[in-house]
Design a protein around this ligand. Structure first.
Ligand code: ZN
Length: 258
């Protein structure tokens, strides 16, 4: 996004779903005339800096598309937000269920409720094994729910967490306070390996990049995720689907003992 959009000036906008904004459409129109600067990511949120003094915050929710258009020909039938730039190129945001399009000034950004409490992003340089150990120390509860809680670590979803836990040979319901140091280190390494594999492949198969190209991270790369009944890649035991709190988990019952 930074490469493609930086320097463009917003000339017009179309908000098809005012409910996803954090202000009225009238107030939101203040972005018209502003210049797009760099985009960064934190967890499931994208932050695009606008000049002067604004930040466009996007969260695609469960799934969605953020697409760049050189002309009107590729515009999707349905979108919640469309930005038109001065050079006539456009950007559309389409949520499959529900997403957020927020606007915050520099001052408002620090107080922005939904993003100011996000935990560290596991793809950040600051996410070291020491930092991870600090986050876990003194914490109670099951490791899977800890990893999925965006206030602890921002950016791990229910697809990635399955193989992260399998690689570390940890049961999703394993209590944090019982983790040994080698287990914590193994978990730290798995987080990096699984997320970087997904990122390197351009995301999940049903996800698309700015140009509409699909990701390649699909079942052929999964180890145990969504593989009920299939052999564990390590010991050939059949993968089991179990209920863990509000989410489903896929585990090898032999490699991931409770
Ligand atoms: Zn196994």
């Amino acid at each position: 996004m930074t490469k493609q959009l930086r320097g463009k000036r917003i000339s017009d906008l179309d908000v098809a779903q005012p409910r996803c904004l954090n202000m009225s459409v009238k107030k939101f129109r203040r972005i018209a005339g502003k210049r797009v600067e760099e985009t960064s990511v934190h967890g499931k949120w994208l932050f695009t800096r606008l000049r002067p003094d604004d930040h466009l915050l996007l969260n695609l929710g469960m799934a969605g598309d953020l697409l760049y258009h050189k002309s009107d020909t590729t515009l999707p039938k349905k979108y919640q937000l469309r930005l038109t730039f001065k050079d006539k190129t456009q950007l559309t945001a389409t949520f499959w269920w529900f997403g957020y399009v927020h606007l915050a000034s520099d001052k408002e950004l620090r107080k922005h409720k939904m993003t100011s409490k996000l935990g560290i992003s596991p793809i950040d340089k600051g996410f070291t094994v020491e930092e991870f150990a600090t986050l876990l120390s003194g914490r109670r509860g099951a490791i899977k729910s800890f990893l999925l809680d965006q206030k602890n670590v921002a950016g791990i979803g229910n697809v990635y967490v399955q193989d992260i836990l399998f690689k570390a040979r940890l049961h999703p319901l394993r209590m944090i306070q019982t983790l040994t140091e080698p287990e914590m280190e193994a978990l730290y390494r798995s987080i990096g390996e699984v997320l970087n594999l997904g990122i390197g492949l351009g995301g999940l198969k049903y996800e698309r990049d700015l140009y509409g190209r699909h990701g390649e991270y699909g079942p052929e790369y999964y180890l145990v995720a969504y593989k009920t009944g299939e052999p564990c890649p390590e010991c050939k035991t059949a993968v089991a689907k179990i209920r863990t709190g509000s989410t489903a988990s896929y585990i090898c019952p032999k490699c991931q003992k409770p």
